[in-house]
Write a protein that binds this ligand. Sequence first.
Ligand SMILES: Cc1cc2nc3c(=O)[nH]c(=O)nc-3n(C[C@H](O)[C@H](O)[C@H](O)COP(=O)(O)OP(=O)(O)OC[C@H]3O[C@@H](n4cnc5c(N)ncnc54)[C@H](O)[C@@H]3O)c2cc1C
Length: 304
Amino acid sequence: MHDVVIIGAGAAGLSAALWCDDLGLDTLVLEQKEAIGGQLLSIYNTIDNYLGLHASSGPRLLESFAERIAEASFDLWTNVEIESLDLPAKRISLRSGESLQSICIIIATGVRRREIGIPGEKEFVGHGIIESAARDRDLFAGKDVCVVGGGDAAAENALLLAEVCPTVTLVHRGKALRARREFIEQLQTSHCTTIFTESVVKRIIGNEEVEAVEIVRRDALKPFQMAVRGVLIRIGVEPNTELFRGQLQLDNEGYIATTSQQETNVFNVFAIGDVSNPLAPTISGATGAGATAAKIIASRLNRT
Ligand SMILES: Cc1cc2nc3c(=O)[nH]c(=O)nc-3n(C[C@H](O)[C@H](O)[C@H](O)COP(=O)(O)OP(=O)(O)OC[C@H]3O[C@@H](n4cnc5c(N)ncnc54)[C@H](O)[C@@H]3O)c2cc1C
């Protein structure tokens, strides 16, 4: 019997684990991936908005987190697959056959990038799908590329690529880009950038590597193919909450509803970080929510 089982070892889960450990709670963290860190692993820009630490990338910030965590005594299991869970009973069954029991559960499963769900999207990972402009820009220098999406992330990546690519075509489903005005203005004045609104990419085409995309424009009669060597997709994120459907109150987008103390609608089940924060997901928000949940649990279990 653990005091707390934390699901997810991103910034939120790790912060909660550290706090739980400091407060004398018997704590186990379950992470589905081999590596801890969650989204931190895919941040290639500098992080200069996390108070007290300035990091050149997410992995560098994670190194600082890991140094501190190495001193703590909570248990951390990686490569764990949860088969099912009974939240009211606080029972978790793992694919490995083990069954876990705890007094409290903290859900910190974060979000994942939304996929378009088109042919080629998975097949060309590592063969023309651009993971991040900040990381992969040099690989695509001198090549024509396509960016799918219309928000800040898509616009920012398109602008980075426009510094090194002869053409960047931004394809957005909506009528107008949703990105901040300064990004849109820069895109509109960039000579190599074309914006297709009310348009969708239907297929990514190629043999070994990406060679073209098939685009459908609302004002065009037929789909057409455009030759590109790279495709970057940024069409938002979605919460990792499939496991909890039917047991927890979720909003329309699938995010977990919580009180200001991070508690869900099930007693002693808490949700922290991006999985319960659709409007303002940040590292500081995630770590702060972890601290809140841990302190509430410790006070409930009379450990403060
Ligand atoms: C490119 C990029 C740049 C960013 N820049 C900044 C920035 O400059 N400043 C800032 O404050 N924020 C930034 N953010 C946002 C910030 O990274 C997130 O808000 C924060 O990392 C969220 O942490 P989290 O722990 O809530 O979720 P995540 O980091 O998503 O972690 C969730 C963890 O849960 C695991 N998990 C999921 N499902 C299961 C399961 N069923 N079982 C076990 N484990 C599971 C995942 O594998 C993952 O490790 C950026 C994000 C991105 C993508």
